[in-house]
Design a protein around this ligand. Sequence first.
Ligand code: GRF
Length: 203
Amino acid sequence: MNSRKARIAVLVSGGGTNLQAILDAEKEGILTSGEVTLVISDRADAYALERAKKAGIPGKEIAKKFCGSQEAFEQKLTEALEENRTDLIVLAGFLSILSESFVKHYERRIINIHPSLIPSFCGAGYYGLKVHDAALARGVKITGATVHFVNEIPDGGEIIAQKAVEVEPGDTSEILQRRVMEQAEWILLPRAVETVSREIVGA
Ligand code: GRF
């Protein structure tokens, strides 16, 4: 019986509600094959870093603007990830671009949560509320969230899991975003992290 847990690094930029869902899943026994051992934010004021601190998990701020170039930014990211002996990288509301070479170095070891049913409303420029603005503008009746492997195409990697959410009359982007987070993202992501972690350590 392999009891090793996958060492998970979560990359964030904002409130960290998806990070919190993963941490809660560890406590609730939903995530047993992996453990969050590092949180990296590309913004110093991300509340996600506060959540990491409260959970006793090391947090780092690595921002491209202080690194000077994409290459230096990714070098610092890689150093932190390797020091952490990272098995799995989870992008949870992470907004910085990662280069093709960085992503290829971690093939099938980076997953992302996107707040729509890919291939709808995804790709360059679709993040945060913009995703829900587009869904409402198109008039879809069903939206949701997707967890996928990250490859060199924005939101183009193999889909791991999806969960549908109804759009309701009178929805604003903010109301819809919250419903998608509550009913899809916070349920889907921890379970996908468990599935991929088990693949990694079970292998
Ligand atoms: C949200 O828009 C969520 O849909 C997307 O990233 C944003 C921030 O999420 N995945 P979080 O609260 O920082 O996890």
